[in-house]
Write a new protein. Structure first.
Lengths: 423, 134
């Protein structure tokens, strides 16, 4: 990395500028953590506009361990030493999108720069964000062997013999009603130990398998919902559907066709949760993902990475809520709680509702409630169920009951509350 | 005014600035103050050296305030606790109600004045409960 920067004329031994000194100080700290495995690519972003506007947009786009350096009044270096090459390209492309938005649509050049074997600088124009996302998907398709015949919905589920489903209650904070159940495909890996999300798949990088899992989940949700409705249950189902399924037109069509085969009564009970979103998805792209689902569902919500706070114009994409899953995060609770507060704050600024799932401790639960998430789910709230249940009220003291001597259970609700909008 | 005997007060709050402020107010009033940055640490400190009064925040990482109050009152039935939390948000008032339900002798919604804090401290220390230690 330092050789590359030196080749670009950015030399820590020669530069005494305060900004550059600070840049190198931070870079050396990051490099010390990663050593020889640090990414040896930088990105050069070039504009023709006031550098203060550009610098501001870049600063807003940078995550932890991302660095930028102004080369001159029109060019900035973007450095992501801890990311992989593909992730770095995506991140740089997102930064370009943000800069272009700040410059009212002015086209901004972005190049990827590395050192060739002969030590010469090699420069490649960086594709735009949408192209990179499409490329990422087609790469994973090309490298994966087909494990399922996606044409046949009859066979859906046959390749997931170990996958079962649990139903996670979700609290609507404003009304204190549990009226939605998140459908979760899980795979038991040891007695009472389950994997969920992509981990239920043998090959989590195979889009065909992901589509098959999404179809399997949908079919099981329909069946479960019919059972619930036959006994008068009025709950809504939050059904996960992966970004990989929706991002490809053919797979998206195939999935939506299966949704459209369901009755309107079923459709109005389904809230689709888009999972696996890469974060900082441009609003136009989000519209492409959400619109087909909106036609066949009550609402659509999207799960985002915990460090993604850019919800600009997401509301107009048709998303009802943006969400976080904190179950598998390795962050310390203190830091996680700060992220949660920021997430809600940014969503509120953009007038979009929020949800959080995977809330695993009472401390995170109180932080989520206090922080103002609109919908909350996780085992701190209550256990997942083998069967979806009817709507019920939630008493604030339910979560603490396990610490107390045995007492009467909370009263069940007799009223049905609407919690998600009818599109 | 009756002269107050110095009490040992344990403050449990994850915000350093809040701990510093509370400590200053309580020390100026003549109390001896100990600090913990979350519920687990506070409970461990109380077990090692009980205090006359515990002042605990509600929203904290690792172990939050209501759970802390439940555990402390379960193991030390005569303990005196004041619960504090951000009062600007309605939902935090719910937690203060729970804190009172589970054994806090007094609750205070932030922001509160020095007088309000000291008034609550005096009221709780003068109250009927017996401190958990001699």
């Amino acid at each position: 990395m330092l050789k590359l920067l030196e080749a670009l004329g950015v030399d820590p031994a020669k530069d005494f500028d305060a900004d550059r000194a600070e840049f190198f100080r931070k870079l050396k700290i990051i490099l010390a953590r990663r050593g020889a495995q640090a990414l040896d690519i930088v990105f050069r972003l070039t504009t023709h506009t006031d550098e203060r506007l550009v610098a501001g947009a870049i600063a807003r786009s940078l995550g932890a361990n991302h660095l930028s350096l102004m080369m001159d009044k029109t060019a900035f270096l973007l450095v992501y030493p801890l990311l992989g090459a593909r992730e770095a390209r995506l991140t740089a492309a997102r930064t370009r999108t943000m800069v272009e938005a700040a410059l009212s649509g002015e086209t901004v050049a972005l190049e990827e720069i590395s050192l060739g074997r002969n030590g010469a600088i090699e420069t490649t124009p960086c594709p735009d964000l949408n192209s990179l996302i499409d490329q990422m998907i087609s790469d994973s398709e090309a490298s994966a062997k087909p494990t399922v015949n996606a044409e046949s919905t009859e066979r859906v589920g046959a390749e997931f013999p170990k996958v079962t489903f649990v139903y996670r209650p979700m609290l609507t904070l404003q009304t204190k009603i549990v009226s939605t159940f998140i459908v979760m495909p899980v795979r038991e890996v040891a007695p009472k130990r389950y994997e969920s999300g992509y981990e239920v798949l043998d090959n989590p990088h195979d889009p065909a398998s992901i589509l098959a899992l999404d179809q399997f989940t949908l079919k099981r949700s329909v069946s479960e919902l019919k059972t619930l409705m036959s006994s008068g249950g009025r709950s809504l189902f939050a059904v996960p559907v992966h970004f990989e399924t929706l991002a490809n037109p053919q797979r998206s069509t195939e999935y939506v066709r299966l949704c459209a085969e369901q009755s309107e009564t079923i459709q109005k009970r389904f809230v689709f949760e888009i999972v696996g979103l890469p974060g900082k998805v441009p609003q136009a792209r989000l519209v492409q993902l959400v619109a087909p689902l909106l036609a066949v569902a009550r609402a659509v919500i999207g799960r985002f990475p915990s460090d993604d706070f850019e919800f600009l114009e997401y509301r107009s994409s048709g998303l009802h809520a943006v969400g976080l899953d904190v179950y598998q995060t390795v962050k310390r609770e203190r830091n996680l709680m700060a992220d949660m507060d920021r997430f809600v704050e940014m969503a509120r600024k953009n007038r979009i509702k929020t949800y959080i799932s995977g809330v695993r401790s009472l401390s995170l639960l109180t932080a989520a409630i206090s922080g103002g998430f609109d919908y909350i789910a996780g085992h701190a709230l209550g256990p997942a169920c083998a069967k979806a249940e009817d709507v019920r009220t939630f008493q604030m003291d339910e979560s603490y009951s396990r610490f107390l001597p045995a007492q009467d259970p909370a009263p069940a609700a007799s009223r049905y509350f609407e919690t998600m909008p009818i599109p | 005014m009756m002269e107050r005997k110095m009490a040992r007060v344990l403050i449990i709050d994850d915000e350093k600035l809040a701990r510093i402020t509370l400590r200053k107010i309580l020390e100026n009033a003549g109390h001896d103050v100990a600090e913990a940055s979350n519920g687990s640490e506070g409970i461990a400190m109380y077990r090692a050296q009980p205090a006359d009064l515990v002042v605990t925040d509600i929203i904290m990482p690792d172990k939050e305030g209501v759970e802390t109050i439940i555990e402390l009152t379960r193991d030390f039935p005569n303990i005196r606790i004041i619960a504090i939390s951000g009062g600007g948000r309605t939902r935090n008032l719910d937690f203060l109600k729970l804190a009172q339900q589970y054994g806090a002798k007094h609750v205070l919604a932030k922001p509160f004045s020095q007088q309000e804090l000291l008034g609550a401290v005096n009221a709780v220390l003068d109250g009927p409960s017996v401190a958990g230690h001699a």
